[in-house]
Design a protein. Structure first.
Length: 142
């Protein structure tokens, strides 16, 4: 039984889903530019572009040179083995445990009069840092 037709169908489906996602992001970004305060739409579009480029780079590395893919790339794309999945799961568990107190501190800071955009930016940076450090530490120890 030939698998060539299935791979072409799968590639077409993945391309269609990717294009639909990009179209949705652009529509939401343009709506935010028109209706949201400040530069929210531009920030959304720039963040989405960086995230999409990162995802495409990861997919390209996995397709072209799967033996050189990092643990994170294999775990995130679910193409790795049990160890890769375990490292990502444990790192996300650490992030989940840390996110509750971080969010509570951010809510208290906002309630006490801190600038909301600054507190939310610091919260996001702290969560990204904790997730990255947890992944690196767990990856090195296991």
């Amino acid at each position: 039984m030939s698998t060539e037709g299935r791979s072409t169908t799968r590639k077409t489906f993945v391309a269609a889903v990717l294009l639909a996602f990009v179209a949705l992001v652009i529509v939401v970004g343009l709506l935010l530019r028109e209706r949201a305060p400040g530069n929210m739409g531009v920030g959304f579009l720039q963040g989405a572009a960086v995230g999409l480029l990162g995802a495409l780079l990861m997919a390209w590395r996995l397709i072209k040179r799967p033996e050189r893919a990092t643990t994170f790339e294999r775990a995130w794309s679910q193409t790795g083995d049990e160890r890769d999945d375990n490292v990502l799961t444990r790192a996300l568990a650490v992030l989940g445990l840390a996110s509750f107190p971080l969010t509570a501190v951010a809510a208290i800071a906002i309630a006490l009069g801190a600038e909301t955009p600054m507190v939310l930016a610091l919260l996001l940076i702290a969560e990204i840092t904790i997730g990255a450090v947890a992944f690196i530490v767990i990856n090195r120890r296991s």
